[in-house]
Write a protein that binds this ligand. Structure first.
Ligand code: ADE
Length: 248
């Protein structure tokens, strides 16, 4: 998969050299290209922002550098290659595991993290007319810029690419993964030693009884979801829950 990121803070994307994403790059599974938006400015001060039409606080990112940057990146691909453009913004559609799965199937993503009050709307409209543009929010809070959201989204997507996670099974039981435990959060996990500060391990996990262990995991997932995310329970088809769940 190819990933391009256009930013005024290229150093903010340094974590993409580390850990899972860094290793995927080193193995050639990810081709990550970070671009400095200011390379597409032409004035002495490398200006990327200006005051908003209509007044109000803050600054808006100018359309010209974004247009030149995106044209150059899009044209650098193979003749028929068309990227999906991901615009991180608190006004976007919520970024979910489902969207991560969708993005992981694309061959090429271009991220446009903005600073200030965002990018001149015409840029989103212009590229939206010709490309698949996704405006995505990583949560209901406002960050100073889209770079941290890019790190979040790239990590969520990269770990789904074939061969990137050591154990292909390890995302099967993720909270939010499609499948048997869909809409339930993952329950607690334990490892050795069997006793730590006087705290043991639930007996069932030591029983070797796979059926009972699966049942226990599901009960714990249900308990945790009810406590932390009742909204997930409410939006789930009641048929997905059994008698035991309803008694909890
Ligand atoms: N930029 C600023 N806040 C953001 C958020 N919550 N999600 C995506 N991009 C953002």
């Amino acid at each position: 998969m190819r990933l391009d990121v256009v930013t005024i803070f290229p150093e903010y994307l340094e974590p993409l050299n580390v850990s899972l994403v860094g290793k995927a790059r080193a193995r050639g599974q990810l081709d990550v290209r970070i671009h400095d938006l200011r390379e597409w400015t032409h004035d002495k001060h490398n200006t990327v922002d200006d005051t908003p039409y209509g007044g109000g606080p803050g600054m808006v990112m100018k359309p010209e550098p974004w247009g030149e940057a995106l044209d150059a990146i899009v044209e650098s691909g193979a003749d028929d290659a068309r990227p999906t453009i991901v615009v991180p913004t608190p006004s976007g559609e919520p970024f979910t595991q489902e969207i991560a799965v969708e993005l992981a199937e694309k061959p090429w993503l271009v991220f446009t993290p903005a600073r200030y009050e965002g990018i001149d709307r015409r840029v989103i409209e212009e590229y939206g007319d010709h490309y698949d543009v996704r405006e995505l929010s990583i949560g209901d809070y406002v960050l100073a810029g889209g770079e941290a959201p890019v790190l979040v989204m790239v990590e969520a997507v990269a770990r789904l690419l074939p061969g990137v996670l050591g154990n292909a099974e390890s995302h099967r039981d993720d909270s939010f993964a499609p499948g048997a435990m869909a809409d339930l959060l993952e329950g607690p996990v334990y490892t050795k030693p069997p006793e730590w500060r006087g705290r043991g391990i639930p007996d069932v996990l030591l029983s070797g009884h796979h059926g009972k262990i699966a049942r226990w995991r599901r009960d714990e997932a249900f308990r945790r979801t009810t406590a932390n995310r009742p909204d997930l329970i409410e939006r789930t088809d009641p048929a997905a829950f059994d008698k035991k769940d309803r008694e909890m």
